[in-house]
Design a protein around this ligand. Structure first.
Ligand code: ATP
Ligand code: MG
Length: 400
């Protein structure tokens, strides 16, 4: 089947005014970016939908395979175009319907006529086209409400446009339409999922990772790079900042009592993340924290950690169950990377008995004997920054 264009529908009907314009502009740019290597693709936005036109059928197929990854698309349909005459429409209708399995499926024809000069009225057209299709595909069953196959025929002055199949889009909002944030990316299961969910909500991200070589290995670092790379399949290139954290962790272990060292470690991570955030012009910090999961994620702990900054901390998983998080991780392809058994800086230095309800005043008191500030500055300055390009190829296998 040869398709002439793709009809792209956006969701978020509640978007108004300037927000809608930003949304549409970003979506168009993100689609262009994701399809940059496809030379014949042109995108035409309209008020509440967009058309993607490709001269080359191979480009069209490739576009169909990539669109399900682009946030901000509710659904899309391949469109076949023909001359606006009854015979041409009938013939095209057979090709469009025949492109998929018809046995036992329910069916309906829907007509939209913007070219009012067309000789037949809508009811007549519906009967003519529907009858023709049913004669050729006798196993189809007519159904008016929620049919499996809705053949939509739109008659415009430039011709007739037919669609029958609706592909589900990724939903959400175009990456970048809701600002830029810093994702604290560990090698665990949660933080990549948190990053994915924020990207889905239109936030583009830089990732930051704390590594403590030689206690953490090159393989642990590679794992985090793989996770960041996976995230950049979702419509935006991700940059990863790797922070040398060994010295700070050693200082914490030697100077801060065991049962608050976890809280202090998190507080220093957050301070560093906040400084990098500021340098990179990001607005918020994203973490994979989920309430009650571990000692550092009680409300008391989160409060003591959070006290180092006034920057908004976005925690999209705060109310999610581990199983729900794992399901998303599997769907987006980060799970298998996350479960590789390489050590994280926090596990290596973690005390056996961290406080689940640390008191902020006590934590501040214990920290006051050490001067972490110069080490924090140095860690920020000595970070290694890796730019991960927008990924495409290896993405489709898992979702399509
Ligand atoms: P995750 O699965 O994301 O590692 P977790 O359940 O293991 O989460 P913690 O280890 O307590 O929980 O980490 C809580 C959050 O702190 C993480 O989701 C992540 O955002 C951040 N974080 C933890 N370790 C690191 C690290 N080494 N580098 C960057 N961020 C980290
Ligand atoms: Mg972890």
């Amino acid at each position: 089947m040869e398709w002439n264009e793709l009809l792209i529908r956006y969701g978020e009907l509640s978007l108004k005014g300037r927000n809608r314009n930003t949304f549409v502009r970003k979506l168009r740019n993100n689609i262009k970016e994701a399809l940059r290597d496809l030379k014949t693709v042109v995108i035409k936005p309209e008020r509440d939908r967009m058309f993607l036109i490709a001269e080359d059928q191979q480009d069209m197929k490739e576009a169909i395979a990539r669109l399900p990854y682009i946030f901000g698309i509710q659904s899309f349909s391949p469109v076949a175009k023909c001359e606006a005459s009854l015979d041409a429409i009938k013939e095209k209708a057979l090709a469009v319907i025949g492109a998929d399995e018809t046995e036992g499926k329910t069916f309906k024809v829907e007509i939209r006529r913007t070219d009012k000069s067309f000789p037949l009225v809508t009811g007549e057209l519906q009967q003519e086209i529907g009858g023709h299709v049913l004669r050729h595909f006798p196993k189809l069953i007519v159904k008016m409400k929620k049919p499996d196959i809705l053949l939509h025929v739109e008659i415009r002055e430039e011709g007739a446009f037919l669609t029958a199949k609706v592909y589900e889009g990724a939903g959400g909002m175009p990456v970048g339409s809701n600002g830029h944030s810093m994702l604290m990316l560990s090698g665990g299961i949660d933080s990549p999922v948190a990053g994915y969910l924020m990207m889905k909500r239109g936030v583009s991200i830089d990732a930051i990772h704390f590594a403590s070589p030689p206690f953490t290995s090159e393989l642990a670092k590679k794992k985090v790079m793989d996770l960041a790379e996976k995230l950049s399949t979702f419509g935006a290139a991700v940059r990863l900042h790797i922070i040398p954290f060994t010295e700070i962790q050693q200082m914490i272990v030697s100077q801060v009592p065991d049962n608050v060292s976890m809280t202090t470690t998190r507080r220093l991570m957050l301070q560093i993340a906040d400084k990098v955030r500021q340098e990179e012009g990001a607005l918020a910090i994203v973490t994979g924290e989920s309430l009650g999961q571990v000692a550092s994620q009680t409300l008391e702990s989160l409060t003591a950690i959070n006290a180092v900054t006034e920057t908004p901390i976005l925690r999209p998983l705060i109310a999610a169950d581990k199983l729900e998080i794992i399901q998303i991780a599997q769907k987006i392809g980060t799970y298998d990377i996350s479960i590789q058994p390489y050590e994280d800086c926090c596990t290596i230095f973690s005390p056996s008995n961290p406080k689940t309800k640390p008191r902020l005043d006590k934590v501040i008191y214990y920290e006051s004997f050490s001067d972490f500030a110069p080490l924090v500055e140095e860690a920020v300055k000595n970070r290694e920054t890796v730019q991960l390009p927008l990924q495409q190829e290896d993405a489709f296998e898992d979702l399509l």
